[in-house]
Design a protein around this ligand. Structure first.
Ligand SMILES: [Zn+2]
Length: 230
């Protein structure tokens, strides 16, 4: 697969777009585990920078601890720091999930990876219909005892339900992020801010759109077939 890519670039960048909960992180983890490609998520690079205790890390830590959203400038500094610390071979694949999330970030990102003699090679948009996404979240429960997330049929009596992982009863709860109102709000933000990127990348001819709400293994197989065609 990797040999098939255009030679001479330091790394090949693949951006994942899609509303919260569509499975971007799941797919990136599968690709990273099975194919050994590098995966960069916004959350991970911020945690990594904080852990390094650099001047940037300390600044970001104070933003996070104050409960504020990390600003674009700091996120990009963390991203540049993360990319600088990675050892790239020619044509290494990098998966990005969570960045860019709007048009100005997309343009800034192109400038940043230009510094690494790279460009956006492929954009995979995992699409999802809001109602189907809500159905998926309706099934999602988290165990307060062991943290395991399960998909459980609607109308199940949760007070007597035993966690399949730790077997404790009545421990499953709905996380705030999984509540319908939160899902709807985040979906609206995605549509307004991030969805314009789909046409932005379509115009650049490096976009593939995939139905993201099928079984993860089916979505995975389709992503791999797209990578093989590249
Ligand atoms: Zn449990």
């Amino acid at each position: 697969m990797i040999q098939g890519y255009e030679a001479g670039l330091l790394m090949k960048v693949i951006i994942f777009l899609g509303p919260p909960g569509v499975g971007k992180g799941t797919q990136c983890s599968l690709l990273s585990t099975r194919l050994g490609v590098k995966h960069i998520s916004t959350g991970a690079i911020i945690r990594q920078e904080i852990a390094s205790e650099s001047a940037l890390g300390l600044r970001v830590k104070s933003i996070v601890e104050a409960g504020h959203l990390v600003d674009d400038k700091s996120i990009f500094e963390c991203l540049e720091s993360a990319l600088s610390s990675m050892n790239f071979q020619n044509n290494d694949l990098i998966l990005l999930d969570g960045i860019p999330r709007n048009l100005s970030q997309a343009k800034e990102f192109e400038v940043l990876i230009g510094k690494f003699s790279s460009k956006v090679d492929l954009v995979i948009s995992l699409s999802a219909d809001l109602n189907k996404l809500l159905e998926r979240f309706e099934r999602r429960w988290t165990c307060s005892a062991c943290g395991k997330i399960e998909s459980i049929a609607p109308h199940t009596d949760m007070s007597h339900y035993a966690c399949r992982s730790c077997e404790k009863t009545g421990t499953m709860f709905r996380r705030k992020d999984d509540e319908p109102e939160t899902v709807k709000r985040r979906f609206a933000v995605y549509q307004q801010e991030t969805l314009p990127l789909v046409s932005y990348y379509a115009d650049k001819n490096n976009l593939s759109i995939i139905d993201g709400l099928r079984q993860p293994e089916i979505v995975y197989a389709e992503i791999v077939s797209i990578l093989l065609r590249k």
